[in-house]
Design a protein around this ligand. Structure first.
Ligand SMILES: [Fe+2]
Length: 169
């Protein structure tokens, strides 16, 4: 069963060769401390999933479902926390494209939740494709959609600070 089709990214051969998979780059920074640290954490969690796959492939006696389950759940839970925080900030700042951004979050969340639910039925190839999908979606979303709210939300945070009412979320 193939759940996701991704045109580029890691392949089984890359994994066997231990190619570096996920790397943070400062160009993804938005200048909003909490959001930036959450994005970095998401990337770390995604990398953690990749490492679990690597470990599993290196040890054929291991139960890869069992070994990846915790890391996948941690990543999925963190995605929800992060989206909630982003949406809270966008709403407070009056970001006009909030509804559209929320729809993007919801579509991604749906895929993640469905995959976590059906995880025990996935093959390792499906799991690798899912990690590729996570990685590509997260980076593309940060680089494009999240960038759209960076300036208005930074301005809102600065304005609140100048009023002596710092925004916290
Ligand atoms: Fe977002």
């Amino acid at each position: 069963m193939v759940l996701y089709s991704v045109s580029k990214g890691i392949s089984l051969d890359d994994i066997r060769k231990e190619k570096k998979f996920v790397e943070w780059d400062s160009k993804f920074e938005m200048g909003i401390e909490k959001i930036d640290s959450q994005h970095k954490k998401l990337v770390e969690l995604c990398d953690g999933l990749y490492k679990k796959i690597m470990e599993t492939r290196a040890d054929s006696s291991s139960d890869w479902h069992e070994s990846m389950k915790g890391a996948l759940k941690e990543c999925a839970d963190y995605v929800l926390v992060h989206f909630r925080d982003e949406e809270t900030l966008m709403k407070a700042a009056g970001f006009p494209a909030l509804a559209e951004h929320k729809r993007s979050h919801e579509m991604f969340t749906k895929k993640v939740v469905e995959t976590v639910k059906s995880f025990s039925e996935l093959s390792i190839t499906d799991a690798i494709q899912f990690v590729r999908f996570l990685h590509e979606w997260i980076f593309t979303h940060i680089a494009h959609e999240d960038k759209l709210f960076a300036k208005p939300c930074r301005d809102y945070i600065s304005e609140r600070e100048s009023l002596g009412e710092p925004f916290s979320f």
